[in-house]
Design a protein around this ligand. Sequence first.
Ligand SMILES: NC(=O)c1ccc[n+]([C@@H]2O[C@H](COP(=O)([O-])OP(=O)(O)OC[C@H]3O[C@@H](n4cnc5c(N)ncnc54)[C@H](OP(=O)(O)O)[C@@H]3O)[C@@H](O)[C@H]2O)c1
Length: 259
Amino acid sequence: MTLACVPLGCSTDPNASMSFPSRGDYRAAPMSEPVTIIGGSGALGCALAARLGAAGVPVTIGSRDAGRAANVAGRLREAIPDGTFVGDANGPAATASDLVLLCVPFRSQVETLAQIKDRLREGQLLVDATVPLAAAVAGRATRILGVWQGSAAQQAAELTPDGVRVVSALHTVSAAVLADLGLELSEDVLVCGDRRADKARVASLLERIPGLRCVDCGRLESARIVESLTALLIGVNGRYKTHAGIRLTGLPDRLWPDR
Ligand SMILES: NC(=O)c1ccc[n+]([C@@H]2O[C@H](COP(=O)([O-])OP(=O)(O)OC[C@H]3O[C@@H](n4cnc5c(N)ncnc54)[C@H](OP(=O)(O)O)[C@@H]3O)[C@@H](O)[C@H]2O)c1
């Protein structure tokens, strides 16, 4: 069933309407390891939560406001009855899963990581989706800010405790496309990180969403290239009035042979 599900439905306004498929349209696949989405009340985080929840992944929504997180989780449960969604303040939410997705604006990335830093523990994997768009400092969304560490993902790695590794992913996947649960996806997720096993773990999670294919794009330092693609896509989207994604050609069928 195709539906009008816009990312604004995942607005930070707890009273905002959220349009998802009717009950029963989505049947969750078997459970996988749980994930936490910090910024899960936002456009990308909420849409991702819906897609992952529908794919059988238990999701904890993290927010600066525990009430907002609970509200979003409640609406996701209503929309996807077979899914498992809970909501909590960012701090406790960060302890709830070994996989923590960070989906907050660049301007609040440092502040958010400072808030959750003491809650993160060795062995956890932080999946960073942050794009350092110039819009964070009232500039153009089609431009990228220079980040001293090289990329937002490397900045995140610098701010996380020892033993918490960072993988960057999801920058080129549109929240609007994810939020339209009736839309069949067919695009790549460009994944960067310093350990192949970490990237494979993230690929296992994200490829539970039908139509997403994860591509190993190298070490975390390559995140600066991938992050800049978002600015490029925003320009393309503006020109063609669409929500374009990325699809690499010529790749082998099995991209994660050791998985
Ligand atoms: N939207 C997309 O299509 C897309 C695609 C790929 C990557 N990204 C990247 O993913 C990240 C999240 O994007 P988004 O569009 O989901 O962002 P968003 O909706 O504007 O914000 C996401 C969440 O971040 C939290 N937040 C924490 N500090 C904030 C602050 N100072 N101002 C506003 N919100 C704050 C809010 O949650 P609480 O208030 O509940 O804490 C908010 O719901 C960004 O870095 C973006 O560049 C976005």
